[in-house]
Design a binder for this molecule. Structure first.
Ligand code: ATP
Ligand code: LTN
Length: 328
């Protein structure tokens, strides 16, 4: 069975972009792959954050993953910092990654821009991500479009390691969806919807109250003109609403365009708002039930970390051996 791995940061409330670009595919893939999914808390500490909130955010993130349909009986769910092999492999991979490669990463450029104190962790972030993937020999990595460049780097690191030290790592393939790989901020459709955006006005959180969800979608910034057409470059606002509508109603974008053809933007907004509220309702109910029993969540994570650690520590031994380090 092929293996799949992916991660999400506990940096805030999960939003529609995360769900449509990544999580919905995590759920689909848990049926046909040997699936490993982690909450990447060590990535979340590379930018300023509130230590007192991180542990709770990690639990809440896991509850949201379960609420959208991840099943611990099918997928191994764990917290990145519970499996030390990730950081151990990262150190080894530091030596096969070039400074110039990291400097070219657009996420680093975006997240460091305008900050006076940029951590070395933010710079090294993509190497830890490569380690997350390679330490399980993952074949496929379901992510949104913004992670394309990081995945390419992980592939280059694996190939370089294999050339220099012998065949140790599987070279992973990105699995980037054809629809909604880049959900845009509703209030600012030039930017991607992001957990750490300065304003939440254009971000639909999975746990937002229904009224707020409807309001955010109804007030989405749309483009000039009046035609309903899917054209992300020329019509980013309308195309974003069409993608969201298609995803939450489980239809193709073409079907949605056909339904709203000839109607005004207002119509599409109201229909998308209603469909999204209906889609989120059962997720929110499951989340509330799961948060009533945080002990059950920590138990799932503890089982997940044990299984993940077994796999991952074997790979670290193989990598160290290939690199010529003295066996302990
Ligand atoms: P942050 O703003 O803190 O960087 P984020 O919202 O980008 O967070 P991540 O935890 O970094 O979220 O990403 C989790 C997954 O969601 C990744 O696979 C990422 O590619 C995907 N993703 C994030 N934002 C979007 C988006 N707007 N559209 C589609 N996929 C997205
Ligand atoms: N960088 C990713 C999160 C992430 C990840 C991973 C995704 C960390 N490790 C391993 C896939 C595989 C992001 O979404 N910002």
């Amino acid at each position: 069975m092929e293996r799949v791995l992916s991660g999400i940061q506990p940096t805030g409330e999960i939003h529609l972009g995360n769900y449509l670009g990544a999580l919905r595919h995590w759920v689909e893939m848990q049926d046909s792959f040997d699936a490993y999914y982690c909450v990447v808390d060590l990535h979340a500490i590379t930018v300023p954050y509130e230590p007192a909130k991180l542990a709770d955010r990690t639990i809440s993130t896991v509850a949201q993953l379960l609420a959208v349909g991840l099943d611990p009986a099918k997928a191994t769910l764990f917290v990145q910092s519970h499996v030390p092999a990730h950081t151990e492999l990262q150190w080894l991979l530091n030596s096969v990654t070039q400074y110039g490669e990291l400097r070219r990463m657009t996420q680093f450029k975006d997240k460091s821009q305008g900050q006076d104190a940029v951590s070395a962790g933010l710079f090294n972030y993509p190497i830890l991500m490569a380690a997350d993937i390679l330490v399980y020999n993952a074949d496929r990595v379901p992510v949104g479009d913004d992670q394309r460049q990081h995945l390419e780097l992980a592939r280059n690191i694996a190939q370089r390691f294999n050339q220099r030290f012998g065949d140790v790592f599987t070279v992973p393939d990105a699995a980037i969806p054809g629809v909604a790989a880049r959900v845009m901020d509703l209030a600012n459709p030039e930017n991607k919807m992001s957990k750490s955006a300065s304003s939440t006005q254009g971000i639909v959180g999975l746990l937002d109250p229904p009224k707020q969800v409807a309001k955010k979608i109804r007030s989405a910034v749309t483009d000039s003109g009046a035609e309903i057409a899917f054209d992300p470059a020329a019509k980013p606002g309308i195309s974003n609403l069409l993608s969201i509508n298609a995803a939450v109603t489980d239809r193709s974008v073409d079907d949605v365009v056909a339904e709203f053809d000839g109607q005004g933007y207002g119509h599409l907004k109201v229909a998308t708002a209603n469909a999204t509220v209906a889609f989120l309702e059962p997720i929110q109910a499951r989340y509330a039930a799961l948060m009533d029993d945080p002990g059950a969540i920590t138990a799932i994570l503890s089982t997940g970390a044990k299984k993940a650690s077994q796999q991952a520590s074997e790979m670290v031994i193989r990598a160290k051996d290939a690199m010529g380090l003295l066996a302990g």
